[in-house]
Design a protein around this ligand. Structure first.
Ligand code: HEM
Ligand SMILES: *[C@@H]1O[C@H](CO)[C@@H](O)[C@H](O)[C@H]1NC(C)=O
Ligand SMILES: *[C@@H]1O[C@H](CO)[C@@H](O)[C@H](O)[C@H]1NC(C)=O
Length: 333
């Protein structure tokens, strides 16, 4: 009896050790490039700053790119890979093309070129993108957050996976919650991360069903403020060229990382079904209200949620590779 108990205790120790060992191997670290490339984060910040000084809207693309990278095969830089004659890559999937600007991908290229010159083969494209997304938040007036690094780059990128992994703008609350839960994120994380829609632009095609053909009972979505709907209809005529127009996601402060996105939701002025869906239950509406009124608490939560999102499915240790050119897997000519 004593022996069996001892055996079990030993087994428990061995198990705990193995678990913690695999966990250690799979972890990202703060200051990961402290020895191998101390200027890494500075160089990325510098390139993002230059690009946003010329076109502040590019910050939103970087933030969205990191989200779209992490939700498809983990944060492995797979969104940066170019299509080839044999493979249509993520960046050419419907959720990314044409909405992610070519110039935003060039920011990553420029940073990576400098990093390769400075410390060859050390800094992954996935980390460059995670840093750049944070810098976009900071340069838009959001709160700085530290990013544990050490992600390695994947070698696979498939456009088809963007359709199964990324939530579309017509999702309701249950669908959104499920889409984030699949990635290990809570409903609260989802509400917090949706706050990214405080910057950037959307094509009319992402929401014009709410203006013109909502369902068989309502032409226009009754959850959308009619005054705002009328303004949107002006900018988004019900034609194919109208569908290609763009509008600011947060018209109150289109380029500032603040909480006015949540204020708009309280006023029934969420742009997408998925935005306004956050108001569809008392529990989630309460969180929207908290984010709307407490800016500092929201900013802190946002940084924490970004860290969590930045951890999804990461490749570490000997998995993956450090891509030399973010657009091409190593050894592909
Ligand atoms: C909750 C589910 C989400 C849905 C359904 C969604 C959907 C969309 C859609 C449809 C657009 C507009 C694309 C276009 O038509 O041009 C957009 C833009 C954007 N999204 Fe999301 N998104 C979600 C969550 C997120 C998250 C988690 C982030 C980042 C943390 C994010 C960041 C952005 C940004 C910054 C833009 C503006 C992009 C630009 O200006 O180019 N979104 N989103
Ligand atoms: C919008 O355009 C579609 C397709 O052209 C048409 O079927 C629909 O009736 C139009 N809706 C409104 C409200 O004009
Ligand atoms: C149309 O949308 C409204 C509001 O969301 C909803 O109450 C109604 O059940 C929908 N009607 C149909 C036919 O789907």
């Amino acid at each position: 009896m004593a022996f069996r108990r001892g055996g079990r205790v030993l087994l428990a120790f061995v198990l705990a050790f193995c678990l913690s060992a695999t966990k250690l191997e799979a972890q990202l670290h703060k200051g990961y490039y402290f020895k191998t490339c101390p200027q890494a984060e500075f160089i990325v910040m510098d390139e993002v700053k230059k690009a946003m000084a010329a076109d502040i809207g590019l910050g939103a693309d970087l933030l969205r790119m990191h989200f779209h990278d992490c939700f498809v095969r983990g944060c492995d830089g797979s969104i940066l890979i170019d299509s080839t004659p044999d493979n249509t890559a993520e960046k050419d999937g419907r959720p990314n093309n044409p909405s992610l600007e070519a110039e935003a991908f060039e920011i990553i290229d420029n940073a990576k070129k400098r990093l390769e010159a400075e410390c060859r083969g050390k800094v992954s494209c996935a980390d460059v993108l995670a840093f750049a997304a944070r810098d976009a938040v900071v340069l838009s007036g959001g709160l700085y957050y530290e990013i544990p690094a050490g992600r390695r780059d994947g070698r696979v990128s498939k456009a088809s996976e963007t359709l199964t992994e990324l939530p579309p703008p017509f999702f309701d609350l249950n669908q959104l919650t499920w889409s984030f839960a699949r990635k290990g994120l809570t409903q609260d994380d989802m509400i917090t991360l949706s706050g990214a829609h405080t910057i950037g632009q959307s094509h009319c095609s992402s929401f014009n069903n709410r203006l013109y053909n909502f369902n068989s009972t309502f032409g226009q979505d009754p959850s959308l403020d009619p005054v705002y709907a009328a303004q949107l209809k002006q900018k988004c005529p019900n034609t194919s060229s109208g569908a290609n127009q763009q509008v600011p996601m947060d018209p109150n402060s289109p380029t500032t990382f603040d909480t006015s996105y949540y204020g708009s939701l309280l006023a029934h002025r969420g742009l997408f079904t998925s935005d306004q869906a956050l108001m569809s239950t008392p529990v989630t509406a309460q969180k929207v209200w908290e984010n709307a009124v407490n800016g500092l608490a929201f900013q802190k939560k946002f940084g924490e949620a970004m860290k969590k999102m930045g951890n999804i499915g990461v490749l570490t240790g000997s998995k993956g590779e450090i891509r030399e050119n973010c657009r091409v897997v190593n050894g592909f000519h």
